[in-house]
Design a protein around this ligand. Structure first.
Ligand code: APR
Length: 245
């Protein structure tokens, strides 16, 4: 890895798949999220149908129930070898490093990653539309809790970037990707922008590019190198290469 100092890593749903969290798409198919809501009713949704501001305006109870179920499910999953390997890289890499995740789960931080940016928000965070504050949140939101900051009820929504909303940290990401010597994409289908375009920005500024994914993604052709396989095998092997042993 000579000449590499600044590394940017983009992760997607594929890195959490082996922890038991559903991906959104595979082999071009859309995933249906099946779960039991707090009233015991079976629900099934395409994530696209419940992660828009329009869906929330139309049926806030449904959207809250969907995210409440996903948040609650986090307690039943754990980081896998791929999250662990990236946390080790974060701890040991002396140069600049940024892990940009599209995932709203908390598995990177539970593995120990610190230089981490959740560009699509976090299940374990709530956003109060009454006072515009964001805060750590572990409980349900569907029952319309009071905001601990402004004491108003019913204003809290999942702190998730829905389709049509601006991803978080774009200025920080842009700077890091433009300065990267190596850009690595892990477990993402390359179907959703702006994340899908980071590889082009990185290449434009001269970075080497590597993709680690179970199957060729929509943007595979943009990467200098693609390695196909499970993240739990590919990521630890790649981190060993980078750290030289
Ligand atoms: N190891 C590596 N890659 C895997 C694994 C695995 N074990 N399992 C699945 N994958 C790959 C799939 O082949 C697929 O290419 O991970 C990718 C997951 O793609 P998506 O489900 O589309 O997830 P992602 O790219 O993160 O989606 C982007 O879309 O709906 C939204 O906002 C949501 O952040 C999400 C965004």
């Amino acid at each position: 890895m000579s000449g590499i100092r600044n590394i940017v890593i983009l992760t997607g749903a594929g890195i959490s798949a082996e922890s038991g969290i559903l991906t959104f798409r595979s082999k071009g198919q859309v995933t249906y999220w099946d779960y039991t809501d707090s009233d015991g009713a079976r629900q099934s949704h395409r994530v696209e149908d419940v992660c828009t501001p329009e869906a929330f305006a139309r049926d806030p109870g449904l959207v809250q129930a969907f995210y409440d179920a996903r948040r609650a499910a986090l307690s039943g999953v754990a980081p896998n070898a791929a999250h662990d390997a990236l946390a080790r890289l974060d701890a040991e890499w002396r140069g600049d490093l940024l892990i940009v995740t599209q995932n709203v789960d908390d598995l990177h931080e539970r593995a120990g990653a610190r230089r981490l940016l959740h560009m699509h928000g976090e299940l374990k965070s709530a956003w109060c539309r009454a006072c515009d504050r964001r805060m750590p949140w572990a409980a349900d939101l569907g029952d319309g809790p009071v905001c601990p900051e402004c004491r108003r009820a019913g204003g809290l929504r999942p702190d998730i970037v829905w389709f049509g909303e601006m991803p978080y940290g774009m200025d920080v990401i842009d700077r890091a990707v433009s300065r990267a010597d190596l850009f690595v994409s892990i477990g993402t289908s390359g179907a959703v922008y702006p994340a899908a375009g980071f590889v082009q920005t990185a290449k434009y500024h001269g970075a080497a590019t590597l993709e680690l994914n179970l199957e060729p993604s929509a943007g595979s052709w943009l990467f200098e190198e693609t390695r196909l396989g499970a993240a739990s095998a590919l990521v630890p092997a790649w981190v060993n290469e980078v750290l030289g042993g």
